[in-house]
Design a binder for this molecule. Structure first.
Ligand code: WQD
Length: 338
């Protein structure tokens, strides 16, 4: 299929592009580079040996979307474009609602105008809020506590309404848990701008000597070792989840949601220990106060994706740490190092 990948120069987007191309699909990327990097597209081409038409533009611009869908016979869209920092969204709600909702609405309107009605949407486990119990299944209550999570919830509702109004739409929303790691080549990986919000890129930068220690946000949670527990899945497994969803879409009208996770919880201290095993270095840390808004435990029941999409994770957290360390070591300044 010819696939338009919005946000395709970002962490999830680049890894998804590699797996789509490796599976024989043709990929076109549009990315405004608010989080992504044009060098990452060149790395995707190097890994796959295929050219990737790239539009360094904002997909919320109708003129941009009209040009892309006119220039390319697109069969499906994988929509990853969006701002995604929880804390920042709380400080800048209007920017997040405008950016994330405008992008989705413009992309869907352009698709509809061109008769393209297959979409995989990058959603997030953050729509579950603080779950009443774990593992989390797709039918559990949804609740959000920040504008970023709200944009994911609102977009899922928009897509549900779209599919209900026109049965020709075939849509899957993928609720990511916590993606980590990097492509095995070490050529692409997570390259956060500024101080990493997320645990794993922060650990990687401490291991590389770019930061002095990991601050562990609380060890007084009701978890086995007191630190936060999450479902960390290898980004390549996540990318393959997009491929499975895309190939499942044909002939399945409606809107469906699937958890993409390992089904296993890992604590902050276990994550630090796993990275120490991967890099062969001690990673200093200090326990500090809880981060506002954090929950104790969150991990997936991924059985629906296994049943319907034939997808499950296969890579371990140790493999993810080894791949992340290979990327970090080879690219100490991320893509800026060229
Ligand atoms: C993981 C654990 C922290 C940093 C977020 C978003 C979610 C999704 C994934 C986009 C928690 C602890 C973290 C640090 C720490 N993003 N931690 N020190 O919060 O589960 O999910 O990223 O879709 O929407 O909410 O991930 O990596 O920030 O935190 O102790 O420096 O690590 O308390 O227990 P989170 P995270």
């Amino acid at each position: 299929m010819n696939v338009l990948l919005t946000g395709g120069a970002g962490y999830i987007g680049t890894h998804t592009a590699v797996e789509l191309i490796s599976a024989g699909h043709d990929v076109v990327v549009v990315d405004a580079l608010s989080n992504g990097n044009a060098e990452a597209i060149r790395r995707v081409e190097r890994i796959t040996g295929h050219a990737v038409p790239f539009y360094p533009e904002d997909c919320s611009d109708p003129v941009v979307m009209e040009k892309i869908l006119t220039d390319h016979p697109i069969d499906a869209v994988i929509h990853c474009a969006g701002l995604k920092a929880v804390g920042e969204s709380t400080e800048q709600p209007l920017r997040y609602y405008r950016n994330n909702l405008d992008a989705l609405l413009t992309v869907c309107e352009a698709m509809q105008a061109h008769g393209v009605r297959r979409m995989v949407f990058s959603s997030s486990a953050t729509v579950y809020g603080d779950p009443a119990h774990v593992p989390i299944t797709e039918d559990m209550p949804l609740s959000v506590s920040n504008p970023y999570g709200a944009t994911k919830l609102f977009i899922e509702q928009i897509l549900r309404d779209l599919a209900a109004a026109d049965a020709r739409w075939e849509i899957i929303s993928l609720r990511y848990f916590n993606p980590i790691g990097a492509h095995e080549s070490g050529l692409i990986g997570e390259d956060p701008h500024g101080v990493p919000n997320n645990l794993f890129p922060y650990i990687a930068q401490v291991a590389a000597g770019r930061r002095d220690k990991v601050r562990v946000f609380g060890d007084d949670y009701d978890t086995p070792d007191g630190t936060g527990v999450r479902d960390y899945l290898h980004v390549t497994d996540l990318a393959l989840g997009h491929l499975a969803a895309l190939e499942h879409l044909a002939g399945t009208p409606g809107h469906r949601v699937y958890n993409l996770g390992t089904g296993t919880g890992t604590s902050v201290l276990e994550s630090i220990a796993a990275f120490e095993r991967a890099c062969g270095r001690r990673i200093p840390y200090e326990v500090v106060g809880r981060r506002p808004g954090d929950i104790a435990t969150c991990y997936a029941d991924p059985s629906a994706a296994r049943r319907d999409l034939g997808w499950q994770t296969t890579r371990s957290i140790d493999e993810a740490c080894a791949d992340a360390w290979r990327w970090q070591s080879a690219n100490p300044r991320g893509f800026a190092g060229g």
